[in-house]
Every structure is written in C-alpha cells, then in structure tokens.
Design a protein around this ligand. Sequence first.
Ligand code: FUB
Length: 339
Amino acid sequence: SATALFSSAQEKGTLKKRPISQPLVKHIFTADPSAHVFNGKIYIYPSHDFEAGIKEDDLGSHFGMRDYHILSMDSIGGKVTDHGVALDIKDVPWAGRQMWAPDAAYKNGTYYLYFPVKDKSDVFRIGVATSKNPAGPFKAEKEPIKGSYSIDPAVFKDKDGSYYMYFGGIWGGQLQRWDNNNKYDANAKLRTAKEEAILPRVAKLSADMKSFAEAPRTIKIVDANGKTFLEANNDKRFFEASWMHMYKGKYYFSYSTGDSHFINYAIGTSPYGPFVYKGVVLNPVEGWTNHHSIVEIKGKWYLFYHDVQLSGKTHLRNVKVAELKYNADGTIQTINAYY
Ligand code: FUB
C-alpha cells in the first residue's frame, strides 16, 4: 500500500473516506498536477479550477478555467509556494475558453508551458508559452502549435535528448473528432461498445520546442495478447490525462480511463509504443476526474493527483502527492487515495 504523506493531518473535508494525503494548497483550487524537478526544486503545473458558474454536462463545460498558477516546493512535505498568475487567457491571442490540464518542459535556458484551450471556434488546440523562470510568468505564442488538437499535453524528454508530446482526450476533450490521419470532423461520434477504443496521440517536438516535427501518430495500448481494447473495455481503454515516464530503461505510459475513473499504465520499449497494459496506478478518487503525474525526486517516486476534499465538487479540485512504489518486476503497486 502507498506510504501516507502528511499523515499527521487527519482532515477529511468533504470526503466520504479518510484520505492518505492532504491538499498541497488550500487557498485556490488546483487539479491535473504535472510535476517536474527543475534546478533541484519541485514545480507543479496544475489547472487552476474556479467557479465559472456553468452547468455541469458531459462535455465538461463546467471546467471554465481562465489562467494558470504554478506551485513549487523544495522538498516533499515542505512549504508550498504559489507563484501567482503564470499565464492568463486574455494574454493568449487565439484562445476562446477553458484552459485545461497543462505541462511544462525545459531546454537550453528556456521553460516551455504547454496548455490546451479552445480556440475562438470552440475547437481545442494546444498552445505553448515561454519563460526564463520555471514559475513564469509565461509569454504565449501568437498561434497554437500547428497540427495540434484535443487536450492534456504531456511532454517527455527521452534519453537521447528528444522531446515527445503525448496528448488527447475523448468526450469534452474532442479526440473523437480527429481520425487517425489527423482530419477534423465536428460531427464525429464516440465509438460504440464493439468498436476499437480511440487511441491517444504522440508527436515528436521540433528542436524549437514550439512545433511538431511530425504529424501526430496514434499510440497502441494492447493487452497481453497484443490486442487493442474495445470501447466496451472502459476500465482499461484510454480516455485522457496522458503521462510518460521512464523506469529502468522502459517507457511507462499512464492515463485516465475517464468514465470508469482509474489511472492505468502500460509499458513499452519505444516512446511510440506499443505499450502493454499492466494495471492500475491509482484507484478512483472522489470527484469525477482522475489525473496525475509520476516523477522521481531524490531517489523516491511520487504520484501527484487530485481529489475534491476541499469542495466536494467535481470541478473544484485540490492537488495532492503520495509515494509510489514498484515491485521487483517493474510493475507499480496500486495506490488507494483513501484508507
Ligand atoms: O481539468 C480539466 C480536464 O479535466 C482535464 O483536462 C482532464 O484531464 C480532466 O482532469
């Protein structure tokens, strides 16, 4: 079982069950934490949830976020600093609404913030903004990344120094509108139970970190027999929240199953996959969404995730961290966020 962090605090807030970890900050709502270690410090790039006053629906319209705040801390369990507004939607010339789950990367003295937001025609695109400081403020490019679409970018640096962006999310994340050749169909339907589930995407980034070096490719998540999942396998198939990390030379692709609420993972030997399904990283949390990152800090591994302890509302979340452990064979020990 996961090691409890901040276990001296027994607060439950609105939760039904007692949590293993406490919210990292309580003065704002935060979600979708993408954690990185830059210059020996921990930086968290979360969504900044707030009450937009929009009715809840299956498209996630109630997630009406308008800016990003970056959090940092010197060590796990240490003081958390909120660095204020790092990027505001009004400073992204092409943006319409809904700033969803971001990620960040560093290369040659510049930090890159990658973020999904709907453009003015209500189509999700992925933007990039730059800063000399990991905590921002960030300056957005005038256009979204050419050829980008859907949500939840996760940028991974491979051992040879190349960077890859993993992305995509179905339902409100619009991935079902993009076919395998990256063509758009505003009227495309979700897959039916017997059809192959929609696959996540990856694209190598160009040297400038602001464009794709190739057209996005699909990523195969397969079972032990090499078969991709059907939409009916909704406790295993990809929904949103891609993350990539490397452990002992293998590529670990993890993701949320959305409507069945798990964080699952699959292992491969190339950044492009295929990835063989291995199991559950994090069981469902309280609140509809489940979204995470996995990072090594000073020789230990951590899962950053969120739940709704402070608010009891799906769209007003709070980020948390728990230790993550591997078994000797490289499989991950499933974390339960509650006792
Ligand atoms: O925070 C908005 C959306 O909710 C994210 O982009 C999804 O991954 C889900 O967590």
